[in-house]
Unconditional design. Structure first.
Length: 281
C-alpha cells in the first residue's frame, strides 16, 4: 500500500486535553482512531484513551493478512471499548462516568471503511472537493441533512454539540460506512469538533494538500485553534493521503448501515450456533 498519514492534537484553551488519537500500521492495512472525551463527565480522558488503546490492540491482534469483514471488525472494536468503559467507571474510587465520541477508519487493499458514534467526523476529499462525511449524532446535524438548517446555521446553533449518542453511556448505535474505493490523491480526515467547528469544508483540503501532510495537518490544527479566539476546545485530527492506484472493490461492505450492540452480539451468537450445527452434521 502506498500512502502517507499523520496525526496531531492541541490542548487549546482547556485545562487538559481529553482528546486521543492513534494510528496503527501493518504491511497491507492501516487503522486510524480518534476519541473526544466528554468534558462534562469525569473520565472523558480515560474513555478516549481506552478507545484508542483497545482499537489498536484489536488491530494488531489480527493474524490474517486481510480483515475479512472490515465493518464487523470496526463495530466489534467499538462495542468492546464501550463495554470496557461501562465496566471501569463504577470500579473507580470515586466512581466516574467515562464517555467519549469515536470515529475509526480502516484502509486496506485500496478501500476505506469507517464507523463513528457522536460528533467526531470523517471527511473524504477528492481533488480538493468533499465527496463524503459522517453525519453527527445530533438533532442539529439531522436538521441540516434534511435541509431545514443551512451549514452555516448548523455550525452556529447553540445545541450543535448536544449528543444523542456516545460511548460509555446507554448502548450506542454505531454508524458503519459502505466500502469506499480510494483513488490516487484521495485524503481522509478524522477530526474532533474542535477542528471542524471553525474550519469550512472548502478550506480543509487546502491545508491537506501541503506537500508534507504532517506539516499541512499541523497548520490545520493551529488555524482551527486560533479561530476560537481564546476559547478553543481541544483540537485533534488524523489524516491519510492515498498514493496508490485506484483500489478494487472487494465487496466486503456493499452498503452502509447502523448497528446496535444487541443486534451485533445476537448475530454473532446465531453465526456461532450455525457453525456448531454444521460441524455436528
Amino acid at each position: 500500500m502506498k500512502y502517507v498519514c499523520a496525526h496531531g492534537s492541541r490542548q487549546g484553551d482547556r485545562k487538559s486535553n481529553q482528546d486521543r488519537v492513534a494510528i496503527a500500521e501493518r504491511e497491507n492495512a492501516v487503522l486510524m482512531v480518534l476519541g473526544d472525551g466528554l468534558g462534562g463527565y469525569s473520565g472523558g480522558e480515560l474513555a478516549a484513551e481506552t478507545l484508542c488503546r483497545l482499537a489498536v490492540r484489536a488491530f494488531r491482534a489480527v493474524k490474517a493478512p486481510v480483515i475479512a469483514d472490515p465493518t464487523n471488525f470496526l463495530a466489534m472494536t467499538i462495542f468492546q471499548a464501550h463495554h470496557a468503559m461501562k465496566q471501569m467507571g463504577p470500579r473507580m474510587q470515586p466512581p466516574i462516568k467515562p464517555r467519549t465520541t469515536c470515529v475509526v477508519c480502516l484502509v486496506q487493499e485500496g478501500c476505506a471503511y469507517w464507523a463513528h458514534v457522536g460528533d467526531s467526523r470523517l471527511y473524504h476529499f477528492r481533488q480538493g472537493r468533499l465527496i463524503n462525511r459522517t453525519r453527527d449524532d445530533t438533532d442539529v446535524d439531522m436538521l441540516r441533512e434534511r435541509g431545514i438548517l443551512s451549514e452555516k446555521e448548523a455550525v452556529a446553533h447553540p445545541d450543535k454539540s448536544r449528543l444523542l449518542r456516545c460511548l460509555g453511556s446507554a448502548d450506542p448505535v454505531v454508524t458503519l460506512s459502505a466500502e469506499t474505493v480510494l483513488k490516487a490523491g484521495d485524503t481522509l480526515l478524522l477530526c474532533s469538533d474542535g477542528a471542524w467547528e471553525t474550519l469550512h469544508k472548502e478550506e480543509m483540503p487546502r491545508f491537506l494538500a501541503h506537500p508534507v501532510l504532517e506539516a499541512g495537518l499541523a497548520d490545520l490544527l493551529a488555524a482551527a485553534e486560533a479561530r476560537h479566539h481564546g476559547h478553543s476546545d481541544n483540537v485533534t485530527a488524523a489524516a491519510l493521503r492515498w498514493q496508490g492506484g485506484e483500489g478494487r472493490a472487494a465487496g466486503r461492505a456493499p452498503t452502509g448501515r447502523s448497528l446496535t450492540a444487541r443486534a451485533f452480539w445476537e448475530k454473532g451468537q446465531k453465526l456461532a450456533l450455525a457453525s456448531r450445527t454444521k460441524q455436528e452434521l
